[in-house]
Design a protein around this ligand. Sequence first.
Ligand SMILES: [Zn+2]
Length: 396
Amino acid sequence: MDDRPGTACVVSDDRLTGYNFGPSHPMAPIRVDLAMELATELGVVGDDLRRVGSKAADDDLIATVHTPAYIEAVRAVSADPSVPNLAAGLGTDDNPTFADMHTAGALIVGASVEAARRVWTGQSLRALNVCGGLHHAMPDRASGFCVYNDVAVAIRWLLDNGAQRVAYVDVDAHHGDGVQQIFYDDPRVLTVSLHETPQTLFPGTGVATEIGTDDGIGTAVNVALPPGTSDAGWLRAYHAVVPQLVGEFKPDVLVTQQGCDSHMDDPLTNLMLSVDGQRASYLALRDLAEEVCAGRWVGFGGGGYAVLDVVPRSWAHLMAIVAGRPIELDTPTPPAWREHVVALKSGGMAPQRMTDGRSTSYRDWREGYDPASWLDRQILATRNALFPLYGLDPMP
Ligand SMILES: [Zn+2]
């Protein structure tokens, strides 16, 4: 581990992959190991992206977001996984219980808070916890593979340590419902989520009219993308909504969740992005941090269930961008990494290159709006719901 100050760091600890729902669950910890291995073999991890350690969050820190009763419930199922607690979402198909679930979740929270702390104290300009991003967890229950909401605890830590305004952008294919709900009435946190429409995907929330409540009106932003949205559509939507609103909000720090389950090969969702489009989204988030908050960027992983073909390449690109040295798209994957993947697949091919060969060009919103397009209607709905609150014109 390397504790020297540097521009960028990735929080990395072998114990983080102890967050493991078992062999039949889609969220396989091997995805993180393969991403770290790929990034390391490509020379991404090192002087430009230092590996740093962290420690488990204590109960007081977790309780800045979660109820004491819920933390107690997680502790109870950790001690005896044979007794589920369905009211707390523990022991369902999505969130099976396992021994040490509490510790595994607390380690991820601790790593995410460490990433936030590094950036906020200026030890690093950019910090990443690829094991984090558990955006569905609610204050009093587990949801969607998420036990403790490390993202929300990290944002709360930033607020408690002097940040006046935090912007959160979530590019996972699923709505970032837990983070949105936890800060729904808080004017200091802007939550932005671009995701597949709740008409076709879990968790069933995240429409344009969810804009926050009470003092937080105008601080929740949702773009509900049609199933089948590909790179061009995704990038069109992002650039039509996110830079303007985050720019007006003027955050002190940008926090992002990079679930890569928006990929066309992901088994759980219906978006159609490529690794190329995902890389373009990470570059856009880096640019956004530079434009609005002097580059301060705290990033997390998230979903991603094409664990061999997609997640390692997407998150190796993410790590390289955080490191300040993006990987060229036509870079071959290292032979040793390929062999590892082929062995895990018991046959078949490993990805040969860091690209899917797709174009990332898109039509800019300012060039016009097509009322016949489902995507454009969704973009306009979000702009109509939010832009007037910031003195912006929703029309192209
Ligand atoms: Zn997801």
